[in-house]
Design a protein around this ligand. Structure first.
Ligand code: SAH
Length: 558
């Protein structure tokens, strides 16, 4: 995943029960920022999960390195369906509960064997390494460190086979990470490991490109930028994989053409009003200036990124009900802002991710803070529960931008996106059946931000229109009487036998679902974590089993 540095990704240590906790904590001590994930029903750990398979797949999809303290078979079966995409592969290891064995399973290019060695050392055991190259050389030659790119994986595999078959190698160029590798080296070897930004075939050699070239695009307005950069690289005999970043002036920060080019070239896009590359030579062609340094360039040291602000919905609570785009946004975020409770639901986080939890009522302040961080070039995510556009942060963020449009030009350059989520009404409806199967409305019963008289008028109109109604924010300690008043109004228009669905903590631990009727409903069955769905005249139910019923509203009308 672009932008996620796997070297710093937070390790998830997953346990099924109390018996594994000691070993888990010993492993945790060698990975700063790692968290122990425990099966909610059996053990208390740093992060709770409900079902092992789903949880492992979820972590895997986020690119989180996984150390699972259970049998290798269980882990393999759990992640089997995710294994097709080899590029997205985080390291996954199985460790025996009692700490007597560590088995690297997948994630060779993500450093799984290195982790196996580290864990083995901490537990005082031998790792079960099965990769021949790794066994012989003590490291994976095909997984150069950050700042370097292997030119060709298939070709690399052949090179490793040649070494395993007894050939020696020499090293051309600077490969400091190989200093301590147990490679068979010989100055006159036929094979070479070549570290160079130059393109081109290398015979049987292993070619590794240092990412030491930066392309400056002074004018983004003409031509196909990707092609111009590729051409410039080719003209100077530089490999596309040696490219560390595209750089452009701040004024072009919102250019889509630049963003597309950076995406196509698979490099970060940075903005700066001058190109400074220490000790580099500069070459120009096609209006593209290439700066070539003699060492890998860390793109984060050049100018800054275009800031990003993504407003996401976490869904009602469980990870399965969070949309993948929201998970991806969280994985890439530098800063995560939101109400404490929701921010906690959005974890686990990597070291380096900054979490800003605030009080629920400070929405405008949080929105402005988000823009301030994003306009510094940071990648910011604002979290809401459910859908961010339903009584939540998306409208506050847009209101902040609208208000500051003329005063804060830097906010306009921020790449703003809203990612939808499963709203509480939809999640509750799905649990109950399909009460929203026909026309419905969503109302917040909170009179914090609107006068109560408006709420009463809307309730009357909705009731008269025979709409199914979904009530958000039905009660709170500060608003004790409002729900009863609302129900009195609805009862003026609807029969006592009207179906009512109460969903509490849907998708969260301790979730409950009650189906009742308008006459039986008591306001003490409802709290601020409850969604109230009041049926229309056509909403009906039938038994599902001995204890519950399906509730639905037919799609047609008489
Ligand atoms: N943006 C959120 C709603 C925020 S308003 C969404 O789209 O769901 C907060 C209200 O939503 C709560 O008072 C409650 O009525 C409802 N709610 C939020 N999460 C819920 C859940 N998991 N189960 C039941 N109701 C929930």
């Amino acid at each position: 995943m672009a932008g996620v540095n796997r070297d710093v990704a937070m390790v998830a240590i997953v346990v099924l029960g109390q018996g594994a906790l000691d070993t888990a904590r010993r492993i945790q001590s060698i990975y700063p920022g790692s968290q122990v994930h425990g099966l909610a029903s059996r053990v208390r750990a740093d992060v709770a999960y409900d079902e092992l398979g789903t949880h492992l797949r979820d972590l895997y999809a986020r690119g989180t390195p996984i150390v699972a303290l259970c049998s290798a078979g269980i882990v393999i079966r759990a992640i089997a369906t995710c294994l097709a995409d080899k590029r997205a592969e985080p390291p996954v290891l199985a460790v025996a509960e009692d700490g007597s064995a560590v088995v690297p399973l997948v994630g060779g290019l993500g450093g799984v064997n290195r982790m196996a060695r580290e864990i083995a050392a901490a537990l005082g055991i031998a790792p079960a390494i099965t990769t021949s190259g790794e066994l012989r050389f003590g490291m994976c030659l095909l997984n150069p460190p950050a700042g370097y790119a292997l030119a060709d994986l298939e070709h690399g595999k052949r090179f490793v086979s040649d070494l395993l078959a007894g050939e020696a190698t020499r090293i051309e160029g600077a490969a400091p990470w190989l200093d301590n590798a147990g490679l068979p080296r010989a100055a006159d070897a036929r094979l070479a490991i070549r570290v160079s930004p130059r393109a081109g075939r290398s015979g049987d050699d292993l070619l590794i490109h240092p990412r030491c070239v930066v392309a400056w695009v002074g004018d983004a307005s003409h031509g196909d930028i990707t092609e111009r950069v590729r051409l410039a690289l080719r003209e100077h005999d530089l490999a596309p994989l040696a490219l560390a970043a595209l750089v452009a002036p701040m004024r072009d920060a919102a250019s889509k053409a630049l963003a597309d080019a950076a995406h196509a070239l698979d490099v970060p896009l940075r903005f700066s009003d001058a190109l400074h590359v220490k000790g580099g030579e500069h070459r120009e062609s096609n209006g593209i200036v290439l700066a070539v340094a003699d060492q890998p360039i860390d793109p984060s040291t050049i100018g800054r990124a275009r800031g990003r602000l993504t407003v996401i919905g976490l869904g009602p609570g469980s990870a399965e009900l969070m949309v993948p785009a929201a998970k991806a946004a969280l994985a890439q975020a530098d800063d995560i802002l939101g109400y404490e409770t929701y921010v906690r639901m959005a974890g686990p986080f990597r070291p380096g991710q900054r979490v800003h939890g605030t009080d629920n009522r400070e929405e405008m302040q949080r929105a402005r803070h988000a823009f301030e961080l994003a306009s510094e070039g940071r990648n910011v995510v604002v979290v809401s529960s459910g859908d961010p556009g339903v009584f939540a942060m998306a409208a506050a963020v847009l209101e902040a931008l609208d208000e500051a449009r003329d005063r804060q030009p830097a906010w306009k350059i921020v790449e703003l996106a809203i990612v939808p989520g499963v709203s509480a009404a939809l999640a509750t409806a799905a649990r109950a059946g399909a009460p929203l199967g026909h026309d419905f409305c969503m109302l917040s019963l909170s009179d914090n931000l609107k006068p109560w008289t408006i709420i009463e008028t809307r309730l009357r109109h909705a009731a008269q229109a025979d709409l199914v109604m979904a009530f958000y924010n039905p009660v709170s300690r500060a608003r004790p009487w409002q729900l009863d008043r609302a129900l009195d109004i609805v009862r003026e228009y609807r029969l006592g036998s009207t179906k009512v669905v109460l969903g509490r903590d849907i998708g969260r631990p301790g979730e409950s679902l009650i189906t009742t009727t308008l006459e039986q409903l008591r306001s003490d069955q409802v709290d601020m974590r409850t969604m109230v769905i009041v049926g229309s005249s056509t909403t009906r139910g039938f038994p599902r089993d001995a204890h519950s019923e399906w509730v639905y509203t037919p799609r047609w009308y008489e």
